[in-house]
Design a protein around this ligand. Structure first.
Ligand code: GDP
Ligand code: IMO
Ligand code: MG
Length: 489
């Protein structure tokens, strides 16, 4: 692992040479004469957002794809919006992995994803029309659950009526209702079902039930029009034909790839704070968006992932409802929003902005088994006289460094800040760690210390090239934080 600070490595080639020297010490798997399989530790990497999403995972995945053979999207759906900027062109991806922009790479959408066929077809067409080859590169799991119009209708109705008042502020893409039907099983349809003889009767059966449910959820303002089973069946049957060349058993494909020693890159969607089980429930998405979801979503056992990169913004953002303890609903927040262009990729909603929260991200780094950190959008902090990092919360007068498990406690959390000096410089042209202003390096070091993981990648602008790789070979890695028994300090 890239573990300690030393000389800067110039350019991607040097960086990947180091990764290779680590990764290629693993021998390829061999089938021995008994037919059993010996699998050496395969160099699987995953990229996980440690905040509330939009940490610039897409940019990082695009860069790291150069050193991988297969890029895997394992959770979420069209709620994700990943922006990649390269060579003066901007790409907005949602369900298709950001690796699609590189040639010679297989991109896999696994069964852990919920898939809106029209949205994926739109993405495929959009990419092909701009000269990006998708055919032959993209594989979509026949196990992926399909988002239908009733999910979108339910999402809109339910989002407005959360128990406890504040709306979750979903992306309105039917994500929660589709995952709910997956777990509920009786009303679920997977992609593979679209090619079976009973697809039409399944749609008719479910539409009958959903129309009764939707009618019961009508509000005073009315509600959605009743669903038309024949129309939905016809549209989805046409989508199924369009998608047929891409649909396959991706679990088998990935397990074969693991045995063949292929280099896999897992692309996280959303952020770990939005994890259905471990995030700020109920203000979360409906999948395991932390590193914990990689295996269940993809079908690849976690033991084959040997490098976990935690991605953070140099500050915090959140779009939608729920607590954001370090939120700056003031001129500072507006300045972050303006400089960082913080408007949702999917919904264009203004993102809520605040200072970096080391309590939250230390928790999600541990939860996701993070080895190293990528700190993105550092350039946005240029020009602040002083920069705050939240190192603890005060809840009802008690100082807490352990992230609260109940959202009501988090709502009462008052951040305790450590203030670091800022830097006046623009960072967007800096390419070497050593060329960063001393205060920017100090800020990065402090994040690494607080999270107990080294910062190995720094981003200073949206473009592929605006990236700094830090070679940490040779000196001691950041100390892991000591286990803390009491919940408070
Ligand atoms: P994702 O969902 O995690 O892939 O992130 P998004 O793409 O939704 O949001 C990140 C935004 O920040 C995108 O608009 C990127 O183009 C942009 N971006 C990425 N890295 C940097 C950076 O280092 N500096 C600045 N200013 N913008 C960046
Ligand atoms: P990427 O991959 C930021 C948020 C929504 C809402 C909550 C639940 O681009 O980082 P959902 O539609 O999933 O039921 O909404 O989760 N959310 C995201 N916020 N980035 C994302 O994805 C998000 N995906 C979902 O705003 O608060
Ligand atoms: Mg995004």
């Amino acid at each position: 692992m890239l573990a300690s600070r030393g000389a800067e490595i110039h350019g991607l080639t040097g960086f990947f040479a180091i990764l290779d020297s680590v990764g290629r010490s693993h021998v390829r798997s061999l089938r021995d004469f008994t037919g059993s399989v010996r699998i050496s530790p395969v160099p699987g990497t995953c990229v996980i957002g440690l905040q509330w999403g939009d940490e610039a995972k897409g940019k990082l995945v695009d860069i790291l794809t150069e050193n991988h053979e297969i890029v895997v999207r394992y959770a979420g759906g069209s709620n994700a919006g990943h922006t990649v900027v390269s060579g003066g062109q901007t790409w907005k991806l949602s369900l298709i992995p950001s690796g699609i922009l590189r040639d010679g790479v297989a991109c896999v959408v696994t069964g852990g994803v919920v898939l809106d066929p029209a949205s994926v077809i739109g993405e495929i067409d959009g990419l092909e029309s701009r000269g990006v080859t998708v055919a032959g590169k993209l594989r979509i799991s026949d196990r992926a659950h399909v988002v239908f119009p009733w999910h979108v209708a339910e999402d809109r109705l339910l989002n407005a009526s959360v128990a406890g008042g504040e709306a979750i502020g979903t992306t309105g893409r039917g994500i929660g209702p589709c995952y709910r039907d997956k777990v509920g099983r009786a009303l679920a349809i997977r992609l593979g079902d679209l090619y079976r003889a009973d697809f039409r009767s399944k749609v008719e059966h479910i539409v009958g039930i959903k129309n009764r449910m939707l009618a019961a959820w009508q509000t005073a303002d009315g509600g959605p029009e009743p669903l038309d089973a024949a129309d939905i069946h016809a549209r989805y049957a046409a989508h199924a034909e369009r998608l047929r060349p891409f649909v396959t058993d991706t679990t088998a494909f990935l397990l074969d790839a693991v045995e063949a020693g292929s280099k896999l890159l897992f692309e996280g969607a959303q952020g770990a704070m939005l994890d259905i089980d471990h995030g700020t429930f109920p203000y979360v998405t409906s999948s395991n968006s932390s590193g914990l979801g990689v295996s269940s979503g993809s079908g690849v056992p976690g033991r084959w992932v040997n490098r976990v990169i935690g991605v953070v913004k140099a500050y915090s953002t959140r779009v939608g409802g729920g607590p954001l303890p370090t939120e700056q609903d003031n001129a500072t927040g507006q300045r972050l929003r303006d400089r960082g262009n913080e408007y949702g990729t999917v919904t264009r909603r203004p993102r809520r902005c605040g200072w970096f929260d080391a309590v939250a991200t230390r928790y999600t780094a541990r939860l996701s088994g993070v080895d190293e950190l990528a700190v993105m959008l550092l350039d946005v902090l240029g020009g602040f006289d002083a920069i705050n990092i939240c190192t603890a919360y005060e809840i009802d007068g008690r100082r807490v460094t352990q992230f609260p498990s109940h959202v009501d406690d988090l709502k009462r959390a008052v951040p305790v800040y450590e203030t670091l000096p800022g830097w006046p410089d623009e960072l967007t042209t800096v390419r070497d760690y050593d060329a960063l202003p001393a205060n920017a390096r100090r800020y990065l070091d402090r994040i690494g210390e607080l999270l107990g993981r080294p910062v190995s990648i720094v981003s200073v602008g949206p473009d592929r090239d605006q990236t700094i790789f830090i070679d940490r070979t040779g000196s001691a890695p950041c100390a892991m934080p000591k286990p803390r028994t009491p919940a408070t300090t």
